[in-house]
Design a protein around this ligand. Structure first.
Ligand code: ADP
Ligand code: MG
Length: 866
């Protein structure tokens, strides 16, 4: 080994690699980035590169793989997508030593991506850091940074579960873990699917975090941000900022603001709730289409799209900012204000990410022109918006006209992508530049004149002066015209079918032109860098403006949806009443094509706080529950809601759980998951919470399931005392309404006229009629005599007392206690046997089989379950 790697170059390589042991090192050599040793093997596999070696004849060759420098971006993206970190070592310019000097200029990783171009403008890319204080009552400190926009958030949470909730909410691509949390099993669900980086223990230092942020934000104290006392969070911030600036080498001039996320500042949506409500991704397939976000996201700018997403994940619990948002949305429901606003926003680029690129000295001329156009497009709009009382407080006065003018006066309208080839700067900006441009122009004219003259002199009609980077200027002649070439031309290049010539005169102009061009492009580059530095000084002002634009864009989008879909402004207060008149499910309604969506009324309050919701399969139970949750959520982000009228008493937490058999997306030990999630709800729900349990307890045997559903319902009513809906197929649960004052039975109605099951989609008081099972059986093709027998049995069975009191019922269902034999089992068994014999399994489709099962169950006496 020593032999192969013991060359000056390999020693330099290994030194650089030692700085970034967890990253793949791309080592610049001429036109290639090379990888060596293990890195080469990993990259060759990930990128389908050929694995070669540097010294094939050595007994111990060094594995090597390379990518061409111009294709770096594409390869980088693939390595990042595969979860790798990549360090880039460039050659230091100007060094003339035998061994080229090299430095690591950037370390790219999933949480610290290269440039915003490759990013989805609608999604933030969060990098997180997490630590935990010591002592008897540890506190979890979290810091999250969106590198492209400099958005920094800090939070402290008293237990692992709440810290985990924040991890799920931010969903960081990459997470820096302090040793104190790396092995924390309670947090590990928040680690999967992310790139994990082990942070140095001493990087997590609150004092260092404080010092870094003081310098970063230009303040002497973090009190104004509410962050001065947050030791664990500042420790996390220290590790995070060190990682980004020192290790990844990203300058953070655009980090101008810090937000602290106090506990309880937003309604809590845990991970399961977010998933079940399909806020950002659908349950099945995980697509964006069909989510609440997709429905709402009519924003027109990147900052707006990212803000809307932020709002959706942290509904407000404070009335004042919520009403302020509602006022703003309402103002923009007026088309005379909304249309011109949205038209102007269409012209606005991603100011936030451009400002980030400017601060990192990565912005191109096109970015600056885009910025200038954005500022110009906003100018006429801003005056108009400032006159609207509901919007004025959310605007900033400064539209940076000085910056816009500077850019417009300096750069041409449509600059090229490259910064070093000239063509960037307007005439009149620099007298020297204009002089160089004129020199080049004159030279090119003189060259054109030479072409004319020589063509006339030689009679070669096809004669052309051409130019390329390697040869310079030349006269090109085809073989056929060789005889006409005059003696004073010098042959420069022999091509197949053509010859290239030079003259002394041409050479002279070439030198003038190329010399002027070189100096011109260099000067243009300098002028551009100076302009970019001037804009960089305005980054804090740009960031403030970007926040205002994001707000306007987001409320205008919500207003657009409200008008298009006929939503209304809900009355949101701090009572406990929820009253929705003619409410609809926003997403199902928008997707409905053949069936018109049937609106429903819903009311819950502290007195009538638990609805036991029954109704046959497919009636619409799950839909009506989610509709309620989404309506509350919309109301608490300040949006309008799909209803004729709504009053929403603020919710502090929203829990939505779907029973195992309804949630096909998860398979394993669903019952355990379901029970632990239910336990979690019972521990965390408050009287201000909203709990929606959809067929909980289904994942086990009927006795267990009913017993658990029953006990949970009692606990929700008696101890949590929250507002809740319990959708269940255990009709037995309807008896709870007789026992508990706050319980109310409702069902989603189906029409039973003529025994044709027709879904009415309407919510009615009382438990569901139990005879739908027989109707379903009929639909499924059970023969008429069997149905008649079933009907007779049902009448018989329903005459019997249905339930013992719930307290005793529970004991009766405890698995250890054998259930006493219910009385009239024999006729029921007979009916079952008859019905079973009538079924021909080979002729049923899965749906019919499912319905037949229900029908069979309906034949059983009420209190035997299975
Ligand atoms: P359940 O939970 O009772 O089995 P779902 O809520 O899953 O029923 O609804 C079944 C189907 O009925 C869904 O496909 C849904 O689109 C449709 N649906 C539900 N409620 C309504 C309604 N109010 N108006 C129109 N269609 C509805
Ligand atoms: Mg359902």
């Amino acid at each position: 080994m020593a032999g192969a790697t013991d060359t000056p170059m390999m020693r330099q390589y290994l030194d650089l690699k030692a700085q970034v042991p967890d990253a793949l090192l791309l080592y610049r050599m001429g036109d290639f980035y090379e990888l060596f040793l293990d890195d080469a093997r990993v990259a060759a596999a990930a990128l389908d590169l050929t694995l070669t070696s540097r010294n094939k004849n050595d007994p111990d060759p060094v594995p090597m793989a390379g990518v061409p420098h111009h294709a770096l971006d594409a390869y980088l993206r693939r390595l990042l997508d595969a979860g790798h970190k990549v360090a880039i070592a460039e050659q230091r310019p100007g060094a003339s030593a035998k061994l080229m000097e090299r430095d690591i200029v950037r370390v790219v990783s999933p949480g610290v991506p290269m440039d915003p171009e490759g990013l989805d403008a609608r999604e933030p890319v969060w990098l997180g850091a997490l630590t935990r204080s010591g002592g008897a009552h540890p506190v979890y400190g979290l810091a999250f940074l969106e590198v492209s926009t400099g958005d920094l958030r800090l939070a402290e949470r008293p237990d692992a579960a709440e810290a985990l909730a924040e991890l799920h909410r931010f969903d960081p691509r990459e997470l820096i873990l302090a040793p104190s949390v790396a092995e924390d099993a309670a947090l590990s669900p928040g680690f999967s699917g992310r790139t994990l980086s082990a942070g140095e223990p001493r990087a997590f230092d609150a004092g260092a975090g404080r010092r870094r942020l003081h310098a970063q934000l230009g303040v002497a104290d973090l009190a104004a941000f509410g962050a001065s006392g947050l030791d664990p969070a500042l420790a996390a911030a220290a590790a995070l900022l060190a990682y980004v600036t020192d290790r990844a080498r990203v300058p953070l001039g655009h980090l101008q603001h810090l937000a602290v996320l106090p506990r309880g500042s937003a309604a809590v949506l845990d991970e399961a709730t977010r998933r079940n409500l399909e806020l950002l991704r659908t349950l099945r397939g995980g697509s964006r289409n069909g989510t609440l976000l997709a429905l709402l996201d009519r924003t027109l700018t990147g900052p707006g799209a990212r803000l809307l997403r932020d709002w959706l994940l942290q509904p407000l619990v404070a009335l004042a900012p919520l009403h302020a948002r509602q006022d703003a949305v309402e103002a923009l429901t007026d088309a005379r204000l909304r249309r011109p606003t949205r038209e102007a926003l269409r012209e606005v680029a991603d100011i936030e990410r451009i400002a980030g690129k400017v601060a990192q000295a990565r912005a191109h001329a096109r970015d600056l022109v885009g910025l200038q156009r954005s500022l110009t497009a906003l100018a006429p709009l801003w005056g108009r918006l400032a006159a609207v009382p509901a919007l004025a407080p959310h605007l900033v006065e400064d539209l940076l006209p000085d910056v816009a003018d500077d850019i417009a006066a300096t750069l041409v309208d449509d600059p090229p992508l490259a910064l070093t080839d000239g063509g960037l700067i307007r005439p009149g900006v620099s007298a020297e530049l204009d002089r160089l441009a004129a020199l080049g122009r004159d030279g090119r004219q003189a060259i054109a004149a030479i072409e004319e003259r020589e063509r006339a002199r030689t009679g070669i009609a096809s004669l052309k002066v051409k130019h390329n980077r390697v040869v310079g200027y030349f006269l090109e002649v085809t073989e056929a015209q060789l005889a006409r070439v005059p003696a004073d031309w010098h042959l420069k290049q022999h091509m197949s079918g053509a010859r290239r010539y030079m003259t002394a005169e041409l050479k002279e102009y070439e030198e003038a032109v190329l010399g002027a061009d070189d100096r011109r492009t260099a000067l243009e580059h300098d002028l551009f860098l100076a302009l970019r530095a001037r804009v960089a000084a305005a980054v804090p002002r740009l960031m403030a403006l970007a926040r205002a634009v994001a707000f306007v864009d987001t409320v205008a989008a919500l207003a657009e949806v409200a008008v298009e879909r006929r939503y209304v402004r809900p009355l949101v207060d701090d009572g406990l009443t929820i009253e929705i008149e003619a409410g609809r499910h926003p997403v199902v309604e928008a997707a409905a094509t053949d069936e018109r969506f049937v609106p429903n009324d819903l009311a819950l309050d502290a007195q009538r706080r638990l609805i036991v919701l029954t109704g046959p399969n497919m009636a619409g139970k799950s839909t009506v529950m989610r509709q309620l949750a989404l309506t509350v959520l919309l109301a608490q982000i300040g949006a309008f809601v799909p209803a004729a009228r709504a009053r929403i008493g603020l919710c502090d937490r929203l829990f939505v759980r779907v029973g195992a058999s309804d949630d096909l997306a998860r398979g394993q030990s669903t019952f355990m998951v379901e029970m632990s999630e239910t336990a979690w709800i019972l521990r965390h729900a408050t009287p201000r919470s909203l709990v929606l349990l959809d067929e909980i307890g289904r994942g086990t045997s009927t006795y267990d399931g009913l017993a658990i559903a029953w006990a949970v319902a009692e606990a929700v009513h008696d101890s949590a005392r929250c507002r809740a809906i319990f959708a269940t197929h255990y009709h037995e649960l309807c008896a709870l309404a007789d026992e508990r004052p706050g319980v109310l039975n409702q069902h989603v109605a189906v029409s039973d006229r003529g025994e044709q099951v027709r879904f009415l989609r309407t919510l009615r008081d009382g438990g569901a009629s139990r005879s739908y099972g027989i109707q379903c059986a009929r639909l499924a093709g059970l023969p008429e005599p069997v149905l008649a027998r079933a009907r007779a049995l049902l009448v018989e069975l329903e005459k019997r007392p249905v339930h013992p009191p719930p307290s005793r019922q529970l004991a009766l269902f405890a698995p250890s206690t054998p259930a006493p034999a219910p009385a009239p089992v024999a006729p029921a068994l007979q009916a079952l046997a008859d019905a079973l014999r009538a079924i021909d399994p080979d002729t049923l489709n899965p749906r019919q089989a499912h319905d037949a099962l229900y029908a069979l169950r309906a034949l059983l006496p009420a209190d035997t379950g299975d």
